[in-house]
Structure formats: C-alpha cells, structure tokens
Design a protein around this ligand. Structure first.
Ligand code: DGY
Length: 335
C-alpha cells in the first residue's frame, strides 16, 4: 500500500491580533503563531518572530525590509493586512522569491465614507463647535456665529482616481452636486462621462478646487507631493483632506499654511510620522485630526482579515493568490 506523504504544516507568524475570521480560514492547515499583544511590534520582536516563518502576516505599519527578509530564510509569502504596501520593500521581496499580497477593494467604501466625513466635518466646523458645547461655552444662537463653508455645489479636486478616489468623486457628485476635477496620469473615461469629471494638471486642480482630497499610494513620486509650493497654489478658502498616506503631505509646511491661514483648513486621517504629529498641528482649530480610521469599521476590518487569510489559504493549497502585488516573482518562486 502506498504511503501517504504528510505535508508539514507551514509556519505562519501574525504580528498583531486581527479579526479571527481571517485566521480561521487557514488555522487547521498551518502552524500559527499569533503575537497576542495589541500594540506595534518592536523591531527586535519582528526579527525574532520571522526566523522560522514560511508565511508572514504583518499589519500595514510593520516595516518589512530586506533585513527582515534576510532574518527569515524560509519566508515565501508576506500577506499584508492593508491595501497600501509601502511598508514592504517589494523589490527586495521579489529578488528573494517572496510573494507579497495586500487587501485592496474591501476598504473602498469605508475609506471614501471617511473622506466625505472629513470634508463635511472641516467645512462645517463640527469638531471645533462640538468642543464649545462640551466646554459649556455656547452663549446661544447668533446669525454671525460659527459660520462654515457649504459643501453642496463646490468643486472637489481628487488627486489619484483609483478605487477610493473614484468612490469619493461619485458620492460628492451624486450626493452633494459637487463639480469634480481630478489629477491622475491617465484619463478615466467612465467618470468623465458619468460624473462630468475633468482631468486637469496638478497646479490647475490646486488653484480651482474648494476641497482637495488625496488618494494616491505612497511611493517616491508621491512623497511630499503637497509641500509649501503646492499649498501656496491653493485658494485661501480651500480645504485639504488626506486619507491616503501621511508622507504625501509635507506636514511641517502644512502647519505653516494653516497658521498663516493661507488655506482654510485641513482634515487628516494619516500623518507623516505616525503616530506622531508635526509640532503645532494639534493646537490648530482649522485642522480636524483623526487616528488613521479610514478602514476602521467592523465590516471592513473583517473583510481585510478574510482577504489576507484567503491569500494565506491559497498559498497553502498551492492555488493562485487572489491579490498578488509582485507578479514578477512567479518566475522565481519554487515551492
Ligand atoms: C490601508 O489598508 O492601506 C489603509 O490605510 C487602512 O486604513
């Protein structure tokens, strides 16, 4: 009788608790090591944790560079818990034959909702005036008090018209009758016809938009894409919204612009040196600041867990990975 060959269960290292539904997808087929502490992993713990892992499931703030990969000689898959993968050195992974996956798509609506929330919140001074109420400083209604900016009918400038940027544009157009202008490398024909959106240059967008919203990935070409020069191009009644990645904005230059009131305000979900903020930012009334909650709904965080878990499962079962970000690696992968 032929002997059954038992495959040794691959070791999976998960750097921080994620919704259980994702882990349940592969736990029977793997040897799972979950770091149970719900805080950012230290570099030392990360280097030790990956040592014998075949699969790494990190979160989007874990820096997975060549040094981490070299500390993990058996590593074959990095299943990032996050749509953005700027935390991973993709070239280093590809060179080493390591596949990388992410969690795109499932956070489109949630992040677009937050971008829209931030637009409304900063325009209508919601946080600032809520603070007045809580402090018991509201003296009663007055015609000239707490005047904000109307959103309906204004011009929205979308930088980066991928899934999330497109969804924000749709909500703004259909829900608030906003005019949409956008800046991307390529024309997005469907949105030009369905939303009457216009593709413009970056300077034109900055000069014409009442609300500038950022939806680009972080890479060398988008780092500090909005700095002093760009902020100076914006209208003094305009607002800047960022739900993408913090380093897309030169945060120190933004603090200067907000202090001088050369723009009306900014609403941020992400920061250049997260979790820190540039000095002075937290003191400004014309800034709304939330802690990277773009994807933070039960539905989306669960869907992200299932998508990263689905990638791990597909790898274990030797199937096509649902969201491989470095397909070039396939030439080098030997399983
Ligand atoms: C991502 O997945 O890239 C988002 O920033 C999470 O909020």
């Amino acid at each position: 009788m032929a002997k059954k060959i038992k495959r040794i269960k691959p070791k999976v290292f998960i750097t921080r608790p994620i919704p259980q539904e994702g882990i349940d997808m592969f736990k029977a087929l793997a040897n799972v090591r979950l770091r149970k502490t719900d805080s950012w992993i230290t570099r030392k713990e990360l280097l030790a944790g990956v040592k014998d892992a075949e699969i790494l499931l990190p979160i989007l703030t874990d820096k997975i560079d060549a040094k981490v990969m070299d500390a993990a000689p058996k590593l074959k898959l990095i299943a990032n818990y996050g749509a953005g993968f700027n935390n991973i050195d993709i070239d280093a992974a590809t060179e080493r034959g390591i596949m990388v996956t992410n969690t795109p798509g499932v956070l489109t609506d949630t992040t677009a909702e937050l971008a829209m929330t931030l637009i409304l919140t900063i325009a209508r001074r919601v946080v600032e005036t809520e603070g007045i109420m809580r402090a018991g400083k509201y003296p009663g209604w007055g015609p000239m008090m707490y005047i904000g900016s109307q959103v309906t009918g204004k011009t929205l400038g979308v930088i980066g018209l991928g899934h999330i940027g497109s969804r924000v544009a749709e909500i703004a157009y259909h829900g608030f009758g906003m005019n949409v202008i956008y800046y991307t490398h390529q024309v997005v024909r469907e949105l030009e016809s369905s939303l009457h959106a216009r593709r413009v240059s970056l300077p034109t967008l900055l000069q014409q938009a009442d609300f500038v919203t950022l939806h680009v990935p972080l890479n060398d070409s988008t780092h500090h894409m909005i700095g002093k020069k760009e902020l100076n191009m914006m209208n003094k009644d305009a607002f800047l919204i960022n739900t993408s990645r913090g380093p897309v904005i030169d945060e120190k230059a933004l603090v200067v612009a907000l202090r001088k009131k050369s723009i009306a305000g900014a609403a941020l979900d992400v920061y250049e040196n997260e979790p820190k903020m540039a000095p002075g930012l937290a003191k400004l009334n014309n800034a709304v600041l939330v802690p990277h909650i773009g994807s933070a709904t039960k539905e989306t965080r669960t869907a992200m867990a299932k998508l990263s878990g689905g990638n791990v499962l597909a790898y274990i079962q030797n199937k096509e990975l649902p969201t491989l970000v470095n397909p070039d690696v396939l030439d080098r992968v030997k399983k």
